[in-house]
Design a protein around this ligand. Structure first.
Ligand SMILES: C[S@@+](CC[C@H](N)C(=O)[O-])C[C@H]1O[C@@H](n2cnc3c(N)ncnc32)[C@H](O)[C@@H]1O
Length: 397
């Protein structure tokens, strides 16, 4: 995917001539309807570098919101896609500084240096080292993170005596949806083997099978599931867990500038009961980390059914969105249609867990014509299908 940069391209882009060419390229729209003309202009002044210029500017524009200072970075489309978003990278780096003060950290799959940049700018860490097999990405990392010592090395052959290692194996291309542990480059299990006995922090896909990892492969560390602005981003494996912790959810929200965490060391004795005033759906990181009951207990909530992640309570946790229950009915599409029409509903948010229903298809079939916005939470309690007609709300403070 994307333009295939060479080492010469990177050298050019880093030169004075390349920098002014990039400034000119950035003054162009580079949109589908202007692209041919824009490339012609670039070819007149900067041939043979026009493709590298267009790709760099396009990637920088796409990187806004994901990487810090994208206007000064060198990157490829694939590397940008694989890069850790800066709020997640910053959080990890800050935790490393807290757990391993003054440590030299070696990112053994540093790519263009998104994680590396966060490590380098975090106070409290020692030297920062980056390595990768890809020469072009390394040259870009050198430009992007000049503070780091960067060199070419195979992650599977330890090449430094750093205090802590971080790794982020790439998912092999091929687009398989289910993630397998040997489907990464370098293979995740090989990285675990090679760094056994040393502090290792390894990013992996959120779909990783933790049980298999523990039971079949003997992983004894902590699995941290991280979400950013409501989307689950990664499962990060920490070889040296905090005492008593095997699972942790980290929820990062940039909009409200809040982060919270919950671990399996917390009390999980949440009750199961009838719906209270609110229903809420815990963040995906909490659900994926298997910490729904722990989260419920910590916030005075309870479960509607022990197998289902929806929680209920008389107050929402601060900053959380939920649904205020107006009515509880036995699940029936016909009855839902009739009741929403009676309630003058014109727009409905449909949430489904534990019942085989497609919210979009159902919404179309409801053919709503009213003026009110409502929400419907469809789920099961035991074997019964139930639906809650609700109004959406948020608790801000
Ligand atoms: C997902 S990317 C890392 C992204 C990086 N954490 C960031 O945020 O920018 C994975 C990187 O691993 C590198 N890689 C693959 N196999 C490797 C190996 N055996 N040794 C070192 N690096 C390897 C790839 O070249 C790629 O740049």
């Amino acid at each position: 995917m994307g333009y295939d940069f060479s080492i010469d391209d990177v050298a050019y882009l880093r030169s004075d001539a390349g920098r002014s060419a990039l400034a000119f390229a950035d003054s162009l729209a580079l949109q589908p309807d202007t692209m041919l003309g824009d490339i012609e202009k670039l070819a007149k002044g900067y041939s043979p570098h026009q493709a590298a210029l267009v790709e760099t500017v396009t990637c920088r524009r796409k990187a806004v919101g994901k990487l810090r200072d994208p206007q000064r970075l060198l990157l490829t489309a694939d590397a940008l896609q694989q890069a850790t978003a800066y709020p997640v990278a910053d959080h990890r780096a800050a935790e490393l500084a807290a757990r391993y003060p003054g440590a030299t950290v070696h990112d053994v799959t540093c790519s263009i240096g998104a994680d590396l940049a966060a490590l380098a700018r975090t106070r409290g860490l020692g030297d920062v080292i980056g390595s990768d097999l890809d020469e072009v990405r390394l040259a870009m990392a050198q430009h992007n993170v000049p503070e780091a010592a960067v060199s070419r090395a195979d992650a599977l052959v330890p090449s430094s005596d750093a205090d802590v290692f971080i790794a982020d194996p790439a998912r092999r291309s091929g687009g398989r949806r289910t993630f397998r542990m040997d489907d990464t480059e370098p293979p995740l299990l090989d990285v675990l083997d090679v760094y056994a006995g040393r502090p290792l922090v390894m990013k992996s896909a959120p779909g990783i099978d933790y049980t298999l990892l523990r039971e079949r492969h003997g992983f004894t560390g902590e699995v941290q599931v991280v979400s950013l602005d409501g989307g689950v981003r990664e499962a990060c494996l920490w070889s040296e867990p905090a005492p008593g912790v095997t699972r942790r959810a980290t929820v990062i929200r940039t909009g409200t500038n809040t982060t919270y965490e919950i671990t399996d060391a917390a009390d999980d004795s949440a009750a199961v009961d009838d719906a209270g005033i609110w229903i809420m759906d815990p963040d995906g990181a909490v659900v994926r980390a298997g910490l729904v009951r722990h989260y419920a207990k910590a916030h005075g909530l309870w479960q509607l059914d022990p197998q289902i992640a929806y929680l209920s309570g008389d107050e929402l946790p601060v900053g959380e969105r939920g649904w205020r229950v107006l009515e509880q009915l036995v699940y029936s599409e016909k009855q839902l249609k009739r009741r929403l029409a009676e309630l003058d509903c014109g727009a409905v948010e449909i949430l489904v867990r534990g019942i085989d229903a497609d919210p979009d298809a159902l919404r179309k079939r409801l053919k709503l014509k009213g003026s009110r916005s409502l929400a419907v939470v469809i789920t099961r309690i035991g074997r019964r299908g139930v639906m809650f007609i609700c109004e959406a709300g948020v608790r801000r403070t």
